[in-house]
Structures are given as C-alpha cells and as structure tokens.
Ligand binder design. Structure first.
Ligand code: DX5
Ligand code: ZN
Length: 218
C-alpha cells in the first residue's frame, strides 16, 4: 500500500526548526499547521515563517490552514516546495473557486473537515480536490485523543471515491500513533499526519519507521 507519513511540526522544537526538519527526512511530507486564534483557539505561524520552512525543508510541505477566510489568505502560502494546501470547508466562502486557484499554482488542493462535519458538503465537489483531510481531533492542539468516530466517515468517503473512479487521497490528522494508525489505514487513509507520536519521541526516524511498518502491514 502506498501511504504517506506526514510529521506535524506543531510538536517540534520551534527554536530548532531546521534540525527538526532534517530529523524527519525519512517521512514523505512535512505537515505545517497554520492557526489564527479565530478559527481555532490557538496561534502558530504565518506566511513568512512557512516560506522559510519551505526553503529549508528536505521534504515538500503539507500546509494545513486552520484560519478564517482562507478565500483571502490561502494563496499567501503558495510557495515553491509546498505540495498541498488544505483549508477548512467550514471557514471557506467559495471552496470551488479557492481550490481552482490553488491548483492553478501547481499545488494540490485539499478540503479539510472538522469532526462534527458530515461528508455532504464535500461529496458534490469532490472532483475539485486532490485530497480530503479528515480531522480526527477537534482542530487546534497536538496531543489529543483520536476520535474513532471518524473512521466510519473515512471509509464512506473512500468507498464513494472508488465507486465514482475519483483519484482522491484521504488524509487523517489528529491522534495518530502506533495504536490508531492501523485502523486508520484499514479504513482507507492514504496520508497519515502524526505530531506528538513522532516529535514526542527522542528518535524521530525510528518513530517514523515504526509507524510506517504498522501502516504497511494494516
Ligand atoms: C491539530 C493539528 C494537527 C496536530 C496533530 O489541530 O491539525 O496537525 O499537530 O497532532 P497529534 O498528532 O499530536 O494529534
Ligand atoms: Zn494539522
């Protein structure tokens, strides 16, 4: 199975980002959480810092925007070495227009869903996106407990995409660790985000290897 592991630097040491990026080079993508203290009750980093991270990261970036009005700000993150931009459907006024603008920049567009959101809003516009990000915790913080309720949503989405012959990747974000990565993969996840399960371990490369082994066996 062709899965991708995306360490979330939310749990990294922000004073040593360059070495923290090097430490996860055996992964596939680097997940960067942008929070604005409005859409979520936490504040992280903005475009100038993401730009530098994109420049020094050995891996392409998966930018996860947890912000209000992504319609106005998402393209500020369209840097070289950014592979995906995810924005939340709940915060977006014109998701089709925004997804098209992101894709015009040669970047993959990803539609993110909060745990309480059903699939209804995205099913009719699936072909506008390269991936859907299913939040398996309430967005805003690392280190929260995995919401198993999201697995059913994930498998339904997988089936729907397969039935319609759509090449949509499914990303899952929140509470992914050695216990939860197997069930997430079996439900159909393609991209697994893990913050505390990787940066909470002294040996980041080993944590990635262990997660990958479990995912590939699932
Ligand atoms: C939470 C962020 C996640 C977070 C995941 O809102 O979107 O990317 O870093 O952290 P863990 O893996 O610790 O749940
Ligand atoms: Zn995230």
């Amino acid at each position: 199975m062709d899965i991708k592991i995306a360490p979330s630097i939310l749990s990294a040491d922000f004073c040593n980002l360059q070495s923290e990026l090097e430490a996860v080079r055996s992964a596939d993508l680097v997940h960067v959480d942008v929070m604005d203290a409005h859409f979520v009750p936490n504040l992280t980093i903005g475009a100038p810092v993401v730009e530098r991270i994109a420049q020094v990261s050995p891996l392409p970036l998966d930018v996860h925007l947890m912000i209000d009005s992504p319609d106005l700000f998402a393209l500020d993150y369209a840097f070289e070495n950014v592979e995906n931009i995810a924005f939340h459907l709940a915060a977006c006024h014109a998701p089709i227009r925004l997804a098209r603008k992101i894709r015009e920049k040669g970047i993959k567009a990803c539609c993110a869903l909060n745990p309480a959101m059903g699939l209804e809003g995205v099913l009719g516009i699936l072909s506008e996106f390269d991936s859907v990000l299913i939040m398996s915790v309430e967005p805003g913080f690392g280190g929260q407990k995995f919401l198993a309720s999201q697995l059913l949503k994930l498998s339904r989405l997988k089936k729907e995409a397969e039935d319609r012959g759509l090449d949509i990747k499914i990303e899952i974000d929140g509470g992914i660790n050695k216990q939860t990565i197997g069930p997430a993969c079996r439900a159909g996840a393609d991209i697994l985000v893990a913050g505390s399960a990787i940066y909470g371990e002294k040996d980041r490369a080993r944590a990635i290897k262990e997660l990958r082994e479990i995912a590939e066996r699932a």
